[in-house]
Design a binder for this molecule. Structure first.
Ligand code: G6P
Length: 487
């Protein structure tokens, strides 16, 4: 798969992710520039990266054919960026295909039917090898390489073959399914072997760790003890691999600062005005993805309107659905279904002055999101399955001591930490309706008490702690006997 070992590079810390840490922006005059991506992962790692001569390896966001010339490595705000080129065909087969039509639905409890195509698998292997090559050429002797997420599960093993001197970590941002589901994957062995090329494999929840350990036992016949397993090397030796939970979080300070900004608070008041000052604003914020339970949420809300327990004068649901993976059929179908049901609900219940659902198929800058969090009395996170769900954490960070109620699916990883949310099973529409009513009727005192407890959890577990915990554990020569901080 991988050719000659490259010469070592200069970076002591290399992050490898499907997407680069910067987004390409096209200015009005047609020139392009780069802007640091707003995501939590980038924010958390940027300071460590600039301190440690770090480099970020990832796809630049446009297919190769669209670029006049291939992107060369460059530096942006002190971070070295190493673009990996993908052709249009590779994007279809590796990104839309194997990553998002095979692995994504399989790992999210087969909510959508996963498709298995040998051609996609071949391309996934080829692209993973390319990322591994780029990382191998970037990392200094003995460097730490941290591979991110399901698009790159084969990278740890390929990279270890190329560069046995490296310390390799992998973090899985999405769920790892029970072995009964995982076992459907025709390439279940090479994917596990790919992951086991790492020294440390991180997951969001303890249940993901035990699912992974179960798969390794059943499919590869190796058992974990104290969260470590011995993996045989091709030279006959053995290597210790650790697996533990490191629940990811957000950059709490950034959200807190924005929530205290008078302009953003004024914008929150303006949003309420513009919606006609309903008594309760309910909010959903998701990528438009079938894992997020947007349809279940709309169903529950519309039944409450139908039952007359809520009316458009006293409640409005704001649903932000940011465009996502628009080339994938299941996402196109979901968009049609959601837009049909929003149209139906609004057509039935809207009045001249009030709307039932304000549906926004856009993504917004973080400032506008925080204003929305401040405007919303009730946040609905009803994912059918979600690795973590950072929107739930952002809402808590923005609310701080100001109350507001979080309705949170027990199938989102965040439910392990945000225990004072109103936890729901989103498949149970009656239960969801009751939780929405309880949220809209909750006293300010009770809401504030719950929100404060969740906020306390969050301030001591922000994304900096997450990356520190993972990298500290990875840095240990031998994975500790004791299990990790959260496992
Ligand atoms: C999830 C995945 C990420 C992914 C993100 C956005 O959070 O865990 O790896 O980057 O969704 O999806 P996209 O396909 O647009 O990168």
């Amino acid at each position: 798969l991988a050719g000659d070992p490259p010469e070592p590079g200069h970076s002591d810390l290399v992050v490898v992710a499907n997407r680069l840490a910067v987004d390409r922006v096209v200015e009005e005059d047609g020139t392009t520039s780069w802007r640091r991506s707003p995501g939590g992962l980038v924010t958390a790692l940027a300071p460590i990266m600039t301190r440690q001569e770090g480099a970020w390896v990832g796809w630049g966001g446009s297919p190769e054919e669209e670029l006049d010339e291939p992107l060369e490595p460059f530096t942006h705000e002190g971070m070295h960026l190493v673009p990996v080129a993908l052709t249009e065909g590779e994007l279809v087969e590796y990104y839309e295909g194997f990553s998002n039509s095979t692995l994504w639905p399989l790992y999210h409890d087969v909510i959508a039917r996963p498709e298995f195509h040998r051609q996609w698998w071949d391309t996934y292997q080829r692209v993973n090898a390319r990322f591994a090559q780029a990382a191998a050429a970037t990392a200094a002797e003995g460097a730490t390489v941290w591979v991110q997420d399901y698009q790159l599960q084969l990278v740890p093993r390929i990279l270890r073959r190329l560069r046995p001197d490296l310390r390799i970590g992998y973090f899985h941002h999405i769920p790892f399914p029970p072995v009964e589901i995982y076992a459907q994957l025709p390439w279940r062995r090479p994917v596990l072997e790919g992951l086991l090329g790492a020294d440390l494999i991180g997951f969001q929840r303890r249940s993901d760790v035990s699912n992974f350990q179960g798969a390794v036992r059943r499919i590869l016949g190796s058992s974990f003890r104290s969260n470590t397993v011995q993996v045989k090397e091709h030279d006959g030796g053995a290597r210790t691999v650790g697996a533990a939970a490191f629940p990811i979080s957000i950059d709490v300070d950034t959200i807190t600062d924005l929530a205290q900004d008078p302009d953003i608070q004024a914008r929150a008041r303006q949003i309420r005005e513009e919606l006609g000052n309903p008594r309760t604003i309910l909010l959903g914020v998701d990528r438009l993805d079938y894992t997020k339970g947007i349809r279940h949420r709309i169903k529950a809300f519309s039944e409450l309107l139908e039952d007359g327990r809520l009316s458009v004068e006293d409640a409005c649901l704001v649903q932000v659905a940011s465009p996502s993976r628009e080339g994938v059929d299941s996402y196109k179908e979901l968009r049609d279904e959601i837009e049909l049901s929003v149209g139906r609900v609004n057509g039935t219940f809207d009045t001249m002055g009030h709307t039932a659902i304000r549906y926004l198929h856009h993504s917004y800058p973080v400032e506008e999101m925080v204003a929305l969090y401040l405007a919303a009395d009730v946040m609905l996170v009803t994912a059918l399955r979600d690795g973590m769900n950072l929107v739930a954490k952002e809402y808590v960070a923005a609310r701080g001591g100001w109350g507001g109620v979080l309705v949170l699916s027990e199938f989102a990883g965040a439910a392990d930490q945000l225990r004072k949310a109103l936890l729901v099973n989103p498949h149970d529409i009656d239960g969801l309706k009751e939780a929405i009513m309880e949220a809209t009727e909750m006293s300010a005192g009770e809401a504030t008490k719950r929100m404060k407890a969740m906020h306390r959890q969050l301030v001591t577990h922000d994304v900096n702690k997450w990356s520190r915990d993972f990298l500290d554990r990875l840095g240990g020569a031998v994975p500790a006997e004791r299990s990790g901080p959260e496992d």
